[in-house]
Design a protein around this ligand. Structure first.
Ligand code: PA5
Length: 445
């Protein structure tokens, strides 16, 4: 279960201003709950934790079991943006950091593709796939996104060349009716899962988009959904104590009245690097529009205290931090005592490394507050599927409330189209001839 602490912001804001923004956040909460706000045809994510049927999880498990019977030991998950970040975040957070090196990881290993157009990455991935017993999950809600489509064409060809049962080694997650991927999947007889019409990509981690890769990777999505469900209940309460209302109120206040235009999501555990990536996409695409929005950034401490720490402490005073606090470590390592004490660390003898991490966290909090960086804290007890589900739901719900406080539609992403149009024109996609001509004139070709 997620808890929030806004005390680290108090000295930066007037209490009457916070009160005013709590009021605005409650109004935004009402808009979200009424289902009458902008983008209200994309609210399906709100009830996923309580609505997801057991049969869907069983369907995911059937894919996992089939591939296990076939001895599959590598699953390539193809997707970009909301079609991969949630799954990647969960799998990285829940996996042993060195399972690959130890050879003790869950089987199959899940790797990701189609989230860039790097030829080297794809070639190297194909080197790996050639050595392994491979299957593939291809995810695209629209079914037309270029990056996953290019990767899928390559992976599909390799699977078809190697395996007679190729069509059983490919699962597609896409729209129920439309898009090139849907047509292709139907034609090829692939097993398909549906991305619901009313759930946008960045809110889709609790649909098959996230659930299937997470199940195939061997993690417990029932627990994840249970954590999300608890948050669904907590966040439904119309109250100034609602953590999503507090988060939305404080971040909008810092942005609108105190010029804090950058929010840095901080974690103190490398397993949460992709939580930062998932969160940045969620908030960046939901809020950054109409020339408004808080720029979402992320760092991993204490690692980045030795790179970005200087700027955060001392550079332009444009930011606030949201720290994802993990109350306790799942593993235990204690600093030993050394009779010679040559490294002068005996003052830490008997202490858990996690204690040192928390003292670094507290020390950093105080230093950054002294340096003019307000700090919000979002806490979970430990890293687990349950708590990850709570975090996913907390940030999604807060994002809806927050974007409505800001006055933007949280559920569209008109700005993403601009680069696509230019890329299609430059690549000579049929239908883009006029744009190609305009671009060539612009580039003086
Ligand atoms: O949040 C979003 O809607 C986007 O980030 C999409 O997830 C991303 O662009 C991928 O789109 P699609 O699933 O249609 O390939």
């Amino acid at each position: 279960m997620v808890k929030i602490d806004v005390e680290g912001c108090r000295s930066f804001v007037k209490s009457e201003d916070y009160k005013e923004y709590l009021g605005k956040a409650l109004e935004a909460f009402d808009v979200l709950e009424s289902g009458k706000g902008a983008g209200n045809d994309f609210l399906g994510w709100k009830t996923l934790p309580s609505d997801t049927p057991e049969s869907l999880i069983k369907d995911c498990e059937a894919v996992r079991d089939l591939w296990q019977q076939k001895g599959v030991d590598l699953v390539v998950v193809i997707g970009i943006g909301g079609s991969y970040l949630g799954a990647r975040c969960a799998i990285e957070a829940l996996s042993h950091s060195f399972s690959r090196e130890l050879g003790t990881g869950n089987t199959p290993e899940v790797v990701f593709a189609g989230n860039s157009l790097s030829e080297e990455y794809l070639a190297e991935l194909m080197d790996l796939a050639a050595e392994r017993n491979t299957a593939c999950i291809v995810i695209s809600k629209s079914g037309t996104t270029t990056e996953p489509a290019v990767a899928f064409r390559v992976v599909k060809a390799a699977i078809e060349e190697r395996y007679k049962d190729a069509s059983e080694r490919i699962v597609a997650i896409t729209d129920a009716h439309k898009g090139a991927l849907k047509t292709l999947a139907t034609q090829e007889g692939y097993k398909t899962f549906v991305v619901p019409d009313n759930v946008g990509g960045r809110f889709s981690v609790l649909t098959p988009v996230g659930l299937l890769p997470i199940v195939v990777a061997g993690f417990d999505v029932r627990e994840m959904l249970a954590g999300a469900k608890e948050m669904e209940k907590v966040l439904a309460e119309r109250s100034e104590k609602n953590p999503a209302v507090q988060y939305a109120a404080m971040r909008n206040l810092l942005y609108s009245k105190y010029g804090k235009a950058v929010e840095v999501l901080v974690s103190y555990n490398p397993k949460f690097q992709y939580l930062g990536e998932w969160w940045k996409q969620l908030y960046g695409e939901s809020e950054g529009k109409d020339n408004k929005g808080i720029f979402p950034a992320s760092v991993n401490f204490t690692t980045d205290l030795h790179s970005m720490g200087q700027f955060i402490q001392d550079g332009s005073r444009i930011m606030f931090e949201t720290v994802v606090n993990i109350e306790k470590s799942n593993r235990s390592v204690v600093v030993g005592s050394d009779p010679q004490n040559l490294d002068q660390l005996n003052y830490l003898a008997g202490q858990h490394v996690d204690h040192c991490n928390h003292m670094a966290q507290l020390g950093t909090k105080l230093a950054h507050i002294d340096g003019g960086v307000p700090q919000l804290e979002v806490s979970i007890e430990n890293i687990s599927a349950y708590n990850l589900g709570s975090l996913f739901y907390f940030f999604e719900f807060s994002c809806g409330v927050s974007a409505y406080v800001l006055g933007v539609n949280p559920f569209n992403q008109p700005g993403v189209e601009a680069y696509k149009k230019n890329m299609f024109a430059l690549l000579g996609k049929p239908g883009f001839e006029a744009e190609t001509k305009a671009i060539h004139e612009r580039l003086g070709k």
